[in-house]
Ligand binder design. Sequence first.
Ligand code: CO
Length: 151
Amino acid sequence: MARRNVVKVGDEILRKKCKPVVIFDEKLWQLLDDMKETMIAEMGVGLAAPQVGVMRRACVVSPDGETFYEFINPVIIKSSGNQLCEEGCLSVPGARGTVLRPQKIKFRYNDRKGDLYEMECSDFLANICCHEFDHLDGILFTDKIIKEQQD
Ligand code: CO
């Protein structure tokens, strides 16, 4: 595994829509392993492929630093409720703000072998997933801030 450079805001890469993953090969597994290592090293709770310069629909998520998820080609099929989330982003150093997210989501995704799964989650995990899935469409949390952090 190897750490990769995290792309920072201002780079056009972060604003592009990513393409679906269609080949589930060792190159993808290497990417996912590297993204996990980078997320841990940067002390993030999630990281999307475009943040390491790869324009594919894949992300890694870890709400607690112990549980690790990989979501490839995620598609939200149901969402409900609202929650106010205090967010930051490894690609937007220093920025924090409050974003409105669904409280609960249900989505489909592929695992690293290409098998299709469905998952339901809520609260913090739903918050991270929504943030990471947005990255795959070129959306940053700063686009959705309803209140800047005051301190
Ligand atoms: Co982010």
